[in-house]
Design a binder for this molecule. Structure first.
Ligand code: PEP
Length: 259
């Protein structure tokens, strides 16, 4: 059975000590997860310490961004090898805040994706439309553009190492969550893009996460939505309790499915 994912994107929150305290607290609750992979994506400054702590656990470490170059004159940037030296296994790429606040283009995100894969990091590639794009009926074309530019030229093996996060920009950090229908429609579209570029088997295997105001009180309904294979969680991953409740919703749902 496919393993689902609960990934925490802390954004620019938590210093080193706060990150350590959270991780020590969280790992007590997620010792025996049967069906869910938990990924913590702290700020760069906390990666190494958290990586050391997570080595003894089944929780994975991810970064929130990286540069596409191996090294060089890129002041303020972090390379894939640097991430790997902190025991990082995943990296979020193309988050809407990177696209919209830091003007990252589809071609830059593609280069980052290629570097991440070459270096053995698993990308969590984010796609999603703005409110204006949704209201003008362009959701599918925006997703298609972002998908096509990001994954152009990948081999089946490379694609198999990718995770996709559908994150409608209007739902991120706003408290406005996509309805099951909206999320399911977008996820189905993304899955059919994978099927046309590769094949149906791979399309069904790849985990497509939903992100955007996921909370303990909406996680149960969302996880039961067709084609949602887990969550990328911002605000609700900043405290252990709501994050654990969301993880439990995923585990409970999958346990029921198995019966
Ligand atoms: C995110 O930043 O990826 C996100 C989904 O944030 P939030 O859960 O706070 O909407």
């Amino acid at each position: 059975m496919k393993r689902y994912i609960a990934a925490a994107n802390w954004k620019m929150n938590k210093d080193v000590q706060e990150s350590i305290d959270f991780t020590n607290h969280l790992t007590k609750f997620v010792l025996n997860l049967k069906r869910t992979d938990v990924i913590l994506c702290p700020p760069f400054t906390s990666l190494f310490n958290i990586g050391e702590l997570l080595k003894k656990t089944t929780v994975y470490l991810g970064a929130q961004n990286m540069h596409f170059a191996d090294s060089g004159a890129y002041t303020g940037e972090i390379s894939a090898d640097m991430l790997k030296s902190t025991f990082c296994e995943y990296v979020i790429l193309g988050h809407s805040e990177r696209r919209h606040v830091f003007n990252e283009s589809d071609s830059m995100i593609h280069k980052k994706l290629l570097t991440a894969l070459e270096k053995g990091l698993k990308p969590i590639l984010c796609v999603g439309e703005t409110l204006e794009e949704r209201q003008s009926g362009r959701t599918v074309s925006v997703l298609k553009q972002q998908y096509t530019d990001a994954f152009a030229g990948l081999s089946e093996g490379e694609m198999g190492n990718c995770i996709i996060a559908y994150e409608p920009v209007w739902a991120i950090g706003t408290g406005v969550v996509a309805s099951s229908e909206q999320a399911s429609e977008a996820h189905k579209e993304i899955r059919s893009m994978i099927a046309s570029q590769f094949n149906l088997r791979l399309a069904n295997e790849i985990r497509i996460l939903y992100g955007g105001s996921v909370r303990p009180d909406n996680a149960e309904e969302l996880i039961a939505t067709a084609d949602i294979d887990g969550f990328l969680i911002g605000g609700a991953s900043l405290s252990v309790e709501p994050f654990v409740l969301i993880i439990q919703s995923i585990e409970n749902y999958l346990e029921k499915q198995e019966k």
